[in-house]
Design a protein around this ligand. Sequence first.
Ligand SMILES: Nc1ncnc2c1ncn2[C@@H]1O[C@H](COP(=O)(O)OP(=O)(O)O)[C@@H](O)[C@H]1O
Ligand SMILES: [Mg+2]
Length: 259
Amino acid sequence: MSAPMISVRNLAKRFGDNQVLRGIDLDVQKGEIVGIIGPSGSGKSTMLRCLNFLEQYEGGEIQFDGATVGYRDGPNGKRIGDSEAKLRMLRAQIGMVFQNFNLFPHMTVLGNVIEGPVVVKGQPKAQATTEALALLERVGLADKANAYPSTLSGGQQQRVGIARSLAMKPKAMLFDEPTSSLDPELVGEVLDVMQSLAEAGMTMLIATHEMAFIQEIAHRVVFIDGGKVVEQGPPAQIFAQPTHPRTIDFLKRVRVYKA
Ligand SMILES: Nc1ncnc2c1ncn2[C@@H]1O[C@H](COP(=O)(O)OP(=O)(O)O)[C@@H](O)[C@H]1O
Ligand SMILES: [Mg+2]
């Protein structure tokens, strides 16, 4: 078996006195879809942000495509971080989609999608534009290329967010509650786009409360509580036969498990 696409060992992160991640271990294979579930404040977003190198972490290592990246132990117990330029490159390879879209409001949809390829990767604008229009077609927004984000619905903005990540040709995608700020009737259009990515073989980590969706598309569900992976397994097993008391308690509270 080849090396995992993403491998996390003993990841530890604190904010001041608050130890948020307490030794996370996680492997994600190429093409695997992993659902991340857990109570609010359990560390899901922080873990994803560490995987995108938006947060420094004081302990543990992350391997991406077989190489240690981000921050690691150096001599004399010092931590060594990759350069900001290297981190920017890594970020392009591990796309991230946020709950609140984070689009640039002063740029058109097309401007948002070509920004990364042109500014970060130095891609010629004409080529970036051609590729961006194809991506907008793929997420069903070809007709919105020249619109500004504020004129779009939340579901449309989030689909632009996904197209913007895809424009960097990432090897993996991280989703942090991508539908949590959407009106219910707009959730489906975003999940449809995510499902089409899954079908195309994208490696995906998805933190979400959309349990039915996870049940449908994830190969594996990881339950995080208190900054640790408490239990993991195929959705059918975790949702129907959870074994850890904290998993059972959480799944009862979100009404997925009734026993
Ligand atoms: N930038 C930050 N500064 C201080 N504390 C933070 C910051 N981000 C998250 N936290 C804290 O880290 C803990 C985990 O938060 P988070 O990773 O957002 O959990 P989740 O996504 O599972 O709800 C919470 O106690 C939260 O208050
Ligand atoms: Mg969160």
